[in-house]
Design a protein around this ligand. Structure first.
Ligand code: FAD
Length: 433
């Protein structure tokens, strides 16, 4: 009998699992359940709007979605429209591919002031994720502090300082585009507790900061070591050498005509958000690195800023009835097996690390485990889920529905923009009326 598999979440890890199951050649029926009408998780809502080439990976996922054995249930949230228990009862295997949608908290005094945002919210806002449309960060500020020195931090900084021309061929949400263009912002500070060697940027993202039309990358020459030392893998050693070379090149960028600056502040640990109800600045402690760890030196400095974005890591949300490891922000599992017919892939399994492709082996492992554990299907699957959702009047968006929404977004785009995103669910559903 056909094995009935539900994949909860339509991001990379969910699609790689579906693809691996299809490639196995087994008789499977795969339902992808997604809480938003729109698929692809962080490819749509996380990857920066000016990195359209990266977003093209969704075309491969589309092929999977259009396979006859696959059905897309958009606008269906597990935990709200259907319970996890019901999913278990309905499917032979349930794969959790729900990602890590919230932020690790800054956890410093003043961290709850108006104007402090986690990167999940801030990135979601500029990418038009419906959960964050109403965030409305006040960009009528001269400076922004971004806490963190990874790719998410650099994405947020870059989107804030690129010119309208540089952002023309992007799908940044309209509300964010307007706010950024109207902003008097001149300075973005990136804070890393440790040094340039420990920063987690990939080199392509870092190099881009040296090529911006109206923005200078500022590094402190005295913070750049002569060489990369430390116990790194060969791959990491090469990456860090490239990053160090790129940061040295920043010292030679010609500042003429550039009105904005992105400051790379290493050995700097934000300890307090300053201001009244609203952010007015950040107090930072100078650090030194000892044995790979940042240690405070007792020397402090303040910077003025009107907005703080904490890009210090993402965190998963516990799922009802599924054991959760709150220290690491992931479900409890044995190499992806959660137990009782449930599997985990992607960020809910590994935590929020790696690139899109890092999720592929998770999908392959889950597919293999499902086929080992469930030699034969016994559960009702799609038919039963459809009946349940019908009875509850849930407005399911199938893949054809998403394609209609996408066509409407493409048709509404102006100039070089690839699409004009709908930024709330009612607008998306209105296209289908
Ligand atoms: C800001 C940012 C930028 C990034 N940029 C890049 C990049 O440029 N290049 C790169 O290689 N990697 C990038 N990454 C990493 C990449 O996006 C992740 O590795 C990948 O998206 C993780 O996949 P996932 O499937 O685990 O989670 P996600 O992509 O988050 O997908 C999870 C999906 O599950 C859905 N969901 C959640 N809960 C439920 C529920 N209860 N019911 C139904 N559906 C649910 C969500 O709506 C979402 O669609 C970036 C990450 C971030 C945060």
């Amino acid at each position: 009998m056909t094995i009935k598999v539900a994949i909860i979440g339509s991001g990379p890890s969910g699609f790689y699992t579906a693809d691996s199951l299809l490639k196995s050649g087994h008789d499977v029926e795969i339902d992808i359940i997604e809480r938003l009408p729109t698929p692809f998780g962080l490819i749509r809502g996380g990857v920066a709007p000016d990195h359209q080439t990266t977003k093209k990976v969704a075309k491969a996922y589309e092929k999977t979605a259009l396979n006859d054995a696959v059905a897309y249930f958009g606008n269906v949230e597990v935990g709200k429209d259907v319970s996890m228990d019901e999913m278990r009862e309905t499917y032979d295997a349930v794969v959790l591919a729900v990602g890590a949608p919230t932020d690790r908290k800054l956890g410093i005094p003043g961290g709850d002031k108006e104007g402090v945002y986690g990167s999940a919210d801030f990135v979601g806002w500029y990418n038009g994720h419906p959960d964050f449309t109403d965030l409305s960060p006040d960009l009528n500020v001269g400076a922004v502090a971004v806490v963190g020195v990874g790719n998410v931090a650099i994405d947020a900084a870059r989107v804030l300082v690129k010119t309208p021309a540089e952002m023309a061929a992007t799908d940044i949400a309209d509300h964010a585009s307007k706010a950024v263009q109207a902003s008097p912002l001149t300075d973005v500070y990136l804070f890393g507790r440790r040094g340039p060697i420990e920063a987690k940027f990939t080199n392509v993202e870092l190099r881009e900061m040296g090529k911006l039309e109206n923005c200078m990358p500022i590094v402190h020459a005295d913070q750049l070591p002569d060489e990369v030392t430390g116990d790194w893998s060969d791959r990491d050693q090469r990456l860090k050498e490239r990053n160090l070379a790129t940061m040295r090149e920043f010292l030679d960028v010609d500042p003429t005509g550039k009105e904005k600056n992105v400051h790379f502040e290493f050995f700097a640990n934000p300890v307090e958000v300053l201001g009244g109800d609203k952010v007015e600045g950040l107090r930072v402690e100078r650090t030194k690195v000892e044995g790979g760890r940042a240690v405070g030196t007792g020397e402090f400095f303040d910077i003025e800023c009107g907005l703080v974005v904490a890009a210090i890591g993402y965190y998963s949300i516990p799922i009802e009835g599924v054991p959760f490891d709150s220290d690491n922000g992931i479900v409890v599992h044995q190499d992806g097996r959660v137990g009782d017919g449930v599997y985990a892939v992607g960020w809910i399994k590994r935590g929020p690390t790696g690139v899109i492709g890092t999720n592929k082996p998770d999908g392959e492992t889950a597919a293999q485990q499902i086929l080992e554990d469930v030699p034969d299907g016994t559960k009702p699957g799609r038919e039963a889920l459809t009946a349940m959702l019908d009875e509850r009047s849930v407005r399911v968006v199938n893949y054809a529905g998403w394609q209609q929404i996408e066509q409407a977004e493409i048709a509404a785009a102006s100039g070089e923009a690839p699409r004009r995103k709908f930024v709330n669910v009612p607008e998306m559903l209105a296209v289908l009326e």
